[in-house]
Structures are given as structure tokens and as C-alpha cells.
Design a protein around this ligand. Sequence first.
Ligand code: RB5
Length: 145
Amino acid sequence: MRIAIASDHGGFEQKQALVAYLAEDLGCEVLDMGPDSDASVDYPDYAAPVARAVASGEADRGVLVCGTGIGMALAADKVAGVRASSITSAPFAELFRQHNNGNVVCLSGRFVDLDVNKEIVKTFLSTEFEGGRHEGRVAKVMALD
Ligand code: RB5
């Protein structure tokens, strides 16, 4: 699976760890879209390339990390074809996939431990969309693009 990932300064440290986790532990192909340091940056500048990579099919899924995960989700969801959400627990990651067919997970680098975020990412990548009654609901969401 090809994963696009980026952060801002609030998520940089965890992003670096998650790049290694995705490649070495989960066997993913990783597109690290920056930044390269923890210098202060604006999260929309990093959410946009990841969201566009997922929307275009260049990446299968996206991972974004900022201080809370909230700003990244707000920005990524502006890109047509993206279903992004701030996720703070593995059970929510599972439901985000099963019910919402989420394709960009947004994590908190400041309020959620790295171990929990690793579990969220693993769940996000390994859980299938249930379809069925959720199919039409997600289609209605996408019709709002
Ligand atoms: C940056 O200080 C912070 O606002 C950002 O990382 C994020 O939490 C925004 O939602």
C-alpha cells in the first residue's frame, strides 16, 4: 500500500517515527511530503499535497499529523474526493474505515502518544469499508464536494 504522509511542526517528531513505522513494520511504500525539520510551518501547506495525492490515486491513503489533528482534517477535507478526520483512538479509526470509508487519517502529535497513533495507523490501514447501508451515506457526503 502506498501512503502519503506529512505534518506541521506540532506533528513533526511523530511524523518522522510514523514514516519509519509505516515502511519498516507495516511494509508500506511511503511518500514523505514533509516538512524536513520542526521549524514552524502552516498546516494547510502540508495537508494539501497529501490530500491531492490521495484524491488523484497517487497514494492509496494519507496520514497527517499536527498538534491536534484538527487543522489538518479541516484542510484535507476541502479537497474533492478526500474523507479526512481527526482520530484519537483505534476504535474510532476502525469505525472511520468501516462506516465512513475514510481515506486520510489526521493525528495529534501533542495530545496522543506515539504508541496510540501507531495503533490508529495500523487499524486505519487494515480495516475495510463495510459498504451496505453505509454506501449511500458516504455517496451523499461525497455529493457535497
Ligand atoms: C500549530 O501550533 C497548531 O495550531 C497546529 O499544529 C494544529 O494543532 C492545528 O490544528
